[in-house]
Design a protein around this ligand. Structure first.
Ligand code: AOF
Ligand code: ZN
Length: 373
C-alpha cells in the first residue's frame, strides 16, 4: 500500500468503531473462506448508522451490506477492517459503491495484499476525493485474517496440528488404547474447529488403528475434505472413509511408490487421488500442502498420527499447535508421544514456539502455540 499518499490522521474514536467492525467480521468465520472475514460500520455525527459483514463466500461484501443497512450514508465515515476492493470479482468493486454513496471518509485497519487490490482500493477512494486513513487496529485485523494472509502470500493454507495427550505426554497406553484421553467438552471444541476447516489430515496409521469418519459432529458451516496420506498402504474398501467417499469429500495423497492398481479402485469408489512426485514423506508433505492451497483451502488441521505429525514438523509446515492435555497419566516406557519420525537430536534444532492462548476445559487444559514455520 502506498502510505505516502495517506495524510489523514486517525481520531480517538476510530479504534472504537473499528473494534465493532472487527467483531462483525468475525461472524463470517467458516462461511466466507477462501475470502477474508471483513466487517464494516458506517458512522455519522458519532452515531452508528449502518453495519454489515461479508456473510458468505460469493455474496455481497461487508461495505455493500453496511451501505444497504443505512438510510443516507452521504457525508459519513466508513470503518472497514480490510481495504475495500477495486476489482470486478464475484461482485462489483466496493470502491464504486462507496464513491456513489457519497461518503466523506474511509478508515481501514489494513491493506488487502490480494494482487488485484493491493493499495488500488485506497488510491481509487483518494482520487474520488474521499479522505482515507489506514492502520487503525491493524494488528487485530491481521490476527483475524492470519490464515487468509498466509494463503494469499504463500499459496499455502494455515496448518494447525492438533492432538490430545495425557499429563505425561502420552497419546496412547503401552498396548495402544487411546479413547478417550480428554473429556467430552474438549472433544466438542475439536469438532467446532473441524466444522470451520477446509481439511482434516491423517496418516494411514490412524486409519488402520481407528477406522475414523473424520467429520464434524454436529456439522459446522463447512464440510472439511478428509485427507489421508498414503505411503505404503491405502484405506480398505470397507473402511468408513471409503464407504462415505461419495457423500463426503475424501482426498488420498499418494506417495510415488504406490501403484495405480491400489489407487484406481478407490477412485472408482469416490475418492480423489493426488499423486505426489516423491516417496520422501517430508517432501511429500510440502508438495501436498501446496496442492491443498491450490485447491483454495485456507485452514487445515493435521490430526495425526505421530508419523504424519513428525513429517509435518520436520518439513516446517505447522503454523499453530492445539494441544489438549487430558487429566490422566498413562506412563510406560513404550507409550507413544504425539510427534513421531526421527525428531531433532540437537536441542538447538528443536522447534521454538510462542504461547498464544491457554484455556481450562473441564479438567483438561488447551494450549495454543505458534511458530516453527
Ligand atoms: C472487500 N470487502 O467484504 C471482502 C473483500 O470473489 P469476490 O468478488 O468475493 O472477491 C474476493 C476478494 O475480494 C478477496 O480475495 C479479497 O481481496 C476481497 N474481499 N473485499 O472490500 C469484503 N470480502
Ligand atoms: Zn469488496
Amino acid at each position: 500500500m502506498n502510505d505516502a499518499v495517506l495524510h489523514c490522521e486517525s481520531e480517538p474514536s476510530d479504534a472504537e468503531f473499528m473494534r465493532l467492525a472487527l467483531q462483525l467480521a468475525e461472524q463470517g468465520r467458516g462461511y466466507v473462506e477462501p475470502n477474508p472475514m471483513v466487517g464494516c460500520v458506517i458512522v455519522r455525527g458519532g452515531k452508528v448508522i449502518g453495519q454489515g459483514f461479508h456473510e458468505r463466500f460469493g455474496e455481497a461484501h461487508a461495505e455493500v451490506n453496511a451501505l444497504r443497512s443505512c438510510g443516507d450514508p452521504s457525508g459519513a465515515t466508513v470503518y472497514v477492517t480490510l481495504e475495500p476492493c477495486c476489482h470486478f470479482g464475484k461482485t462489483p468493486p466496493c470502491t464504486h459503491a462507496l464513491i456513489e454513496a457519497g461518503v466523506r471518509r474511509v478508515v481501514v485497519a489494513m491493506g488487502d495484499p490480494f494482487d488485484q487490490v493491493n493499495g488500488g482500493g485506497l488510491t481509487d477512494l483518494q482520487q474520488a476525493g474521499i479522505e482515507t486513513v489506514s492502520g487503525v487496529m491493524d494488528a487485530e485485523a491481521r490476527e483475524l485474517n492470519i490464515a487468509y494472509l498466509k494463503r494469499i502470500q504463500t499459496g499455502r493454507p494455515w496448518c494447525v496440528a492438533k492432538w490430545a495427550m495425557t499429563v505425561d505426554g502420552r497419546i496412547a497406553t503401552t498396548i495402544g488404547q487411546s479413547q478417550w484421553i480428554t473429556g467430552d467438552e474438549s472433544r466438542c471444541d475439536v469438532h467446532q474447529l473441524r466444522g470451520r476447516s477446509d481439511a482434516i489430515l491423517v496418516g494411514m496409521g490412524t486409519v488402520l488403528a481407528d477406522d475414523p469418519l473424520l467429520t464434524a459432529r454436529p456439522a459446522g458451516p463447512r464440510t472439511a475434505t478428509r485427507v489421508v496420506f498414503c505411503s505404503r498402504r491405502v484405506p480398505d474398501a470397507s473402511s468408513k472413509l471409503i464407504q462415505s467417499a461419495r457423500d463426503i469429500p475424501l482426498l488420498l495423497i499418494a506417495s510415488e511408490s504406490l501403484g495405480d492398481e491400489s489407487l484406481n479402485p478407490l477412485e472408482q469408489l469416490g475418492a480423489t487421488v493426488f499423486r505426489c512426485g516423491t516417496a520422501d514423506p517430508v517432501e511429500g508433505v510440502r508438495e501436498a500442502v501446496a496442492h491443498l492451497g491450490s485447491l483454495g483451502m485456507t485452514n487445515v488441521i493435521v490430526e495425526g498420527g505421530g508419523e504424519l505429525l513428525g513429517s509435518f514438523v520436520q518439513s516446517g509446515q505447522i503454523d499453530e499447535y492445539h494441544v489438549y492435555m487430558g487429566a490422566k497419566v498413562f506412563g510406560g516406557r513404550t507409550a507413544p508421544g504425539p510427534i513421531g519420525g526421527p525428531g531433532f537430536e540437537q536441542l538447538t534444532d528443536a522447534v521454538a514456539l510462542r504461547l498464544i492462548r491457554t484455556a481450562q476445559i473441564g479438567e483438561d487444559v488447551k494450549l495454543v502455540y505458534r511458530g516453527g514455520c
